[in-house]
Design a protein around this ligand. Sequence first.
Ligand code: ARG
Length: 589
Amino acid sequence: MTTLIDFLSEKVGAAFVSQGVDAACGRVQFSDRPDLAQFQCNGAMMAAKSLGVSPRVIAQHVCDILGADKDLINVSLAGPGFINLSITDALLARFTFSQLKDPRGGVPFFADTDRQVIVDYGGPNVAKAMHVGHLRASIIGESVCRILRFAGYKVLGDVHLGDWGTHIGMVLVEMKRRMPDLVYFDENFSGPYPDQSPITMTDLEEIYPAASAACKADEALMALAHAATVDLQKKRPGYIALWRHIMDISIDSMRKNFAAMNVFFDLWKGESDVQDIIPPMVDDLCARGLAVEDQGAIVIPVKSNDDTKEYPPLILYKRDGATMYGTTDLATIVDRVKNYNPQRMVYVVDQRQHLHFDQLFRAARKTKIINDDVELLHAGFGTMNGTDGKPFKTRAGGVMKLEDLFEMGRAKALEKLSETNLDKDIDDAELQDIAHKVAIAAIKFADLQNNRIADYVFDLDRLTRFEGKTGPYILYQAVRIKSLIKKAQAQGDDAASEWEVSDTDRALHLALQRFPQVMALAAKNYTPHVLCDHAFQLAQEFSAFYTTTHILSETDQNKRRGWVGLCQATYNQLEKTLDLLGLEIPARM
Ligand code: ARG
């Protein structure tokens, strides 16, 4: 089904064509001044350049033609050559109605290929507790996957675990210091190693920060950690066995954290998965002269002639033979190309890693590891800061564990829910489920509504806000619509098949028509925040409509059933929008 904007652009485009200019000049958009008109077209300025005539003259001609169109009203010329127009209520009603009947809610497919898109997101390092620093990478990435899938792309989301770096070496050294008698450290032990992990996730959560602090404070210890990392990478059996335990307990805890956020990966791959392809990859690059020795290290120089400053090479092997972050990322590209032949790879990773991805992409192109037709993209995100403007910390100054943040959110949600007495007539399991959904909506929406690339301030007090532009407010409107539809159905009012638009519901009809363009924008720029804006606008328009209109008690049955249809269309679109953001609507609130 065509979108309303495309439908109108075709009409206006045809009027431009009859003036001898490109149909593209007729692109229509929602008006910046809804008080003057519903839609506008600014193409006369562009057309004027190619025709050498004043934009107002062209715009006036176009207005004259469009004036005769029975779908349009109030076509007028404004300012230097803007064309303002509105549409008849009949046309608007027709479009909302087809949205309701269309399983995709009127959103066309945008995908231009059926090759895979791989989204690399989440990316936690194993052995550490997941903390608020992982929030953005997980929830923005999840939303990007959902948006691209709905746009029609074949998407594979990959968690790309940090499971092979120095942080593992640090943990190994610290464990050896604490438990020197473990068989994993005995070089003469020939196995088999125990099935049971010697430590739990709770132990790890304490061991990792201690190890990291100790290594940072003591160079000799750090050297040991590096050596242990190299030994692990050389697959020393005891280290591999212990590493497996660390992996298992970490992944188990990660899965819980991700599921709590409604984040689900297709691939649970990590840095360790590509270790075997690194040596042949590096050998090949050296043989082709693409990787070279530099002060004992092996690197790929990626400085280009256009760079005015020094530009660091991508390091493949450090002097001690250890592989680097860039080495595994390059090998991961080799692996993905071989196994999935992707058309695009999108990395939803902290913007502060921009240089790394720039080096990586340059190296991948220069070495032809990736073909020119494959897109590589770093969809970076800004930092979540505390109210002091520095990266978010707990009140005590530490990093906040994600689980603790969720728990705080749930407690706040329960408090709020008890204010409405919702807790009185449902069982505890349901109440906990609602509280969880509300808490996650509060946290995720507070984050996702910010432009991906911008830093933003996360204020814990946001969790207590249920009004205004918040996740809970939008969920609440969705729950209200749902319950209204239920009541309507109970009194026999199904959605009508013919509607009239009226003064109280016109704005809601128009808001619904924005969805296809909002989706297109989100898919093009990987920006969930435009969907947050849309969800909020829908919720507000619905609320305004609901307060001014007595839907269920309306005596005119056609009107009543028309409104039920409008409510259903609104609910469908709100539910879809929230789903694209990774939010779930509770049964009640
Ligand atoms: N593990 C990395 C970190 O904690 C993020 C991984 C991002 N993905 C990637 N392919 N480099 O910073």
